[in-house]
Write a protein that binds this ligand. Structure first.
Ligand code: DCP
Ligand code: MG
Length: 371
């Protein structure tokens, strides 16, 4: 397979949306190293190399074989000098000294620890680090720090929400949300998105789209779901953001900007009895429940396909879809819409396939989007 593939290397696209990437990663030794570099460049706010290592990791993830020598990468896109130097170290010594130096660095370790708390981004983490704080207990003991509500919940449920969510837990949550939305309206539409839609066995949260087939009826849906979950006693945290969606606006060029649909970031209480095969918790944990992070987003039905495509990820797949649309098709794509700049018109879509077709792309299944 490897030989045949290498002969055809010229066919590997620089865009993740033109590659098929399953959850099986044959080049984890390299991509794990690249991901550490992505993190440190992110902490240091150096965009160029950050993007370069993201793209390099994504290309290697798409290969159905393991790279065995630098010659194997000869015709692959997105692999620069620095990337190849790291790969060479790994091929030669089984590890990268540059990466190991970062991993043992106090600032990296501290920022990594702090940003692992729900509600703590790189800016806040850096601020705490500069104050000389190095541990959670030091943060919690510092009386000059005022944690916001999200961070308070982040610390309160840290053990649970820093632990991976299993597929069985995600499916149990789908049942709970499904029951809640259908009790509110019979024409409810619910879709599991994010990593679990891509076939991942574990995730850091569970993402859903909830809406109604009748346009406009989705307004007020999330508050009613939240109300229902509160009455059931399973809502541990809720941050609700009302819709700011404006149909006349052109798709955004900033990927990292949140979309404008109504959404909520939740922490839910999941009971052991609700999960087929039981909760994914530590051995010896006898509480019988765990906390799980859940995101709900609620687009109007005519935007369903765009929202589904946008929330199914991976993040790199989404970035490259937008970049491909802009660079290769002179179109603007985001979670709300697709706009053709040449024709100066919006292109409607009812399914993800419609969007791929508008972009002149072969359809890529969700489980092939693990770029
Ligand atoms: N997303 C987005 N805009 C944001 C955040 C997310 O468009 N501001 C999209 C892209 C992501 C998807 O939603 O792929 C889900 O986000 P997650 O962070 O939950 O990522 P995954 O579900 O892919 O991974 P994990 O298993 O870590 O949850
Ligand atoms: Mg997710």
């Amino acid at each position: 397979v490897r030989k045949k593939y290498i002969e055809k290397l010229a066919t590997v696209s620089q865009y993740a949306c033109q590659r098929r990437t399953t959850t099986e990663n044959n080049n984890k030794i390299f991509t794990d190293a690249f991901e550490v570099l992505v993190e440190i460049y992110e902490f240091n706010e150096i965009e160029g190399p950050c993007l370069a290592f993201r793209r390099a990791a994504s290309v290697l993830k798409s290969l159905p074989w393991a790279v065995q020598c630098l010659g194997d990468t000869h015709n692959l896109p997105c692999l620069g000098e620095h990337t190849k130097a790291i790969m060479e170290e790994i091929l030669q010594y089984g590890r990268s000294f540059e990466v190991e130096k970062i991993l043992s660095d106090e600032r990296y370790q501290t920022l990594k620890l702090f940003t692992s708390v729900f509600g703590v981004g790189p800016k806040t983490a850096e601020k705490w680090y500069r104050r000389g704080l190095r541990s959670f207990s030091e943060i919690l003991a510092d009386r000059s720090i005022r944690l916001n509500r999200m961070q308070q919940s982040g610390f309160q449920h840290y053990g649970d929400i820093s632990r991976a969510v299993s597929k069985a837990e995600a499916l149990a949550l789908r049942n709970i949300i499904d029951e809640a939305v259908h009790a509110i309206t019979p024409d409810a539409v619910l879709a599991l998105t994010g990593g679990f839609r891509r076939g991942k066995e574990f995730g850091h949260d569970v993402d859903f789209i909830v809406t109604t087939t009748e346009m406009g009826k989705e307004e007020g849906l999330l508050p009613r779901i939240i109300d229902k979950l509160t009455k059931e006693g399973i809502l541990l945290y809720c941050d609700y953001q009302a819709s700011t969606f404006d149909i006349s606006k052109l798709p955004s060029r900033r990927f990292e900007a949140m979309d404008h649909f109504a959404k909520c970031f939740l922490i839910l209480r999941l009971e052991d009895s609700q999960v087929g095969g039981g909760l994914h918790i530590a051995e010896g944990d006898i509480r019988g429940w765990r906390a799980v992070r859940v995101d709900l987003v609620s687009p109007p039905m005519d935007r369903y396909a765009f929202a589904l495509l946008g929330w199914s990820g991976s993040r790199q797949f989404e970035r490259d879809l937008r970049r491909f649309a802009r660079m290769e098709r002179h179109m603007l794509l985001d979670n709300h819409a697709l706009y053709d700049k040449t024709k100066k018109e919006f292109l409607a879509a009812t399914t993800e396939k419609d969007i791929f077709a508008h972009l002149g792309l072969e359809y890529i299944e969700p489980w092939q989007r693990n770029a």
